[in-house]
Design a protein around this ligand. Structure first.
Ligand code: PXL
Length: 292
């Protein structure tokens, strides 16, 4: 079975980071190992959350894995809480990122033009430095503009503007860039991916939901990581991940008393494995992620 390591916080309540990455990746038939960067009582959109930083534990954990000769098919990073943690990920990539390990960096830092609580412009630049080491990066428009040090443009941009942004992001060093939350009208929301080697740009638009929710970026990146390690191509992987996010939002909105802090990904999770297997089989790839 393919094995990935995901590095991000555990927000005990909040349906984001590790509490979505673990179930989503496991559901796709991929072993999900974790390196928790911090324990929070909730995600940071709640008031008064507790925060225990685990930075000082991370090196010893990674050292143990080195001694045990544990290998990963992918390293997937999400929400990181400090400059020191970014430095530690650079080391993790050096130690575990050899021989075909896919590196997926979700530079999870903000949305709707603002950084999440506790992040700064300098942190965004350090995150851009981590993106240089990735094969695939998954920013939204907010994270993209902070990492590039350019003003955030909320709407009214052109296709050319987005394509230029993709190239600038690839210029940070990642081979592949997936930009989320692109929209040219009120009806559609899109994902656009760029492969800097083939220079191929692929657009995928789905219906725009009436509301956005916390944690959907983490769900997107988790599905993406799972199917990429199982061998699906980037554009197909984006489509599957985006469709799963839309289904999760629809499931959420179908409840009269849905909660504000996260989406109902649990309902569509039951069919994720099937959708994943089907996409994989239709491309002639093995039905399970077991090597043999
Ligand atoms: O979903 C992204 C995320 C992850 N982790 C923490 C967060 C957020 C977004 O607010 O606060 C702790």
């Amino acid at each position: 079975m393919k094995r990935i390591i995901t590095v991000q916080d555990i927000s005990c309540v909040g349906k984001c980071s590790l509490t979505v990455a673990l179930p989503v990746i496991s559901a796709m038939g991929v072993e999900a190992c974790v390196l928790p960067t911090a324990v929070l009582s909730t995600h940071t959109a709640f008031k008064g959350f507790t925060f225990r930083d685990l930075t000082s534990d991370l090196s010893a954990i990674a050292e143990h894995w080195k001694n045990e000769k544990i290998r990963f098919d992918a390293i997937y990073t999400g929400y990181l809480g400090s400059f020191e943690q970014i430095d530690l990920i650079h080391s993790l990539i050096k130690d575990f990122g050899n021989g075909g390990t896919r590196i997926i960096v979700d530079p999870c830092m903000g949305d709707n033009g603002s950084l999440y609580s506790g992040f700064t412009k300098d942190f965004a630049l350090a995150m851009a430095g981590l993106c240089a080491k990735a094969e695939v990066i998954v920013p939204n428009l907010t994270e993209a503009s902070y990492m590039l040090g350019i003003p955030y443009v909320e709407k009214g941009y052109t296709k050319e503007y987005i394509e230029d942004l993709l190239k600038k992001l690839a210029g940070l060093g990642a081979r592949r860039v997936i930009l989320k939350g692109v929209s040219f009208d009120d009806k559609k929301l899109g994902i656009v991916s760029y492969d800097s080697e083939s220079e191929k740009i692929t657009w995928y638009f789905h219906e725009k939901m009436p509301q956005s929710f916390h944690g959907t970026g983490d769900i997107f990146a988790s599905v993406l990581t799972g199917v990429l390690v199982r061998g699906l191509k980037l554009d197909e992987a984006c489509r599957l991940a985006a469709d799963f996010v839309v289904e999760s939002i629809k499931a959420t909105l179908s409840h009269k008393d849905y909660n504000w802090y996260g989406v109902d990904f649990e309902t569509p999770l039951a069919s994720l494995r099937g959708a994943c297997d089907e996409a994989i089989q239709s491309h002639g790839l093995p039905r399970t992620s077991c090597s043999q």
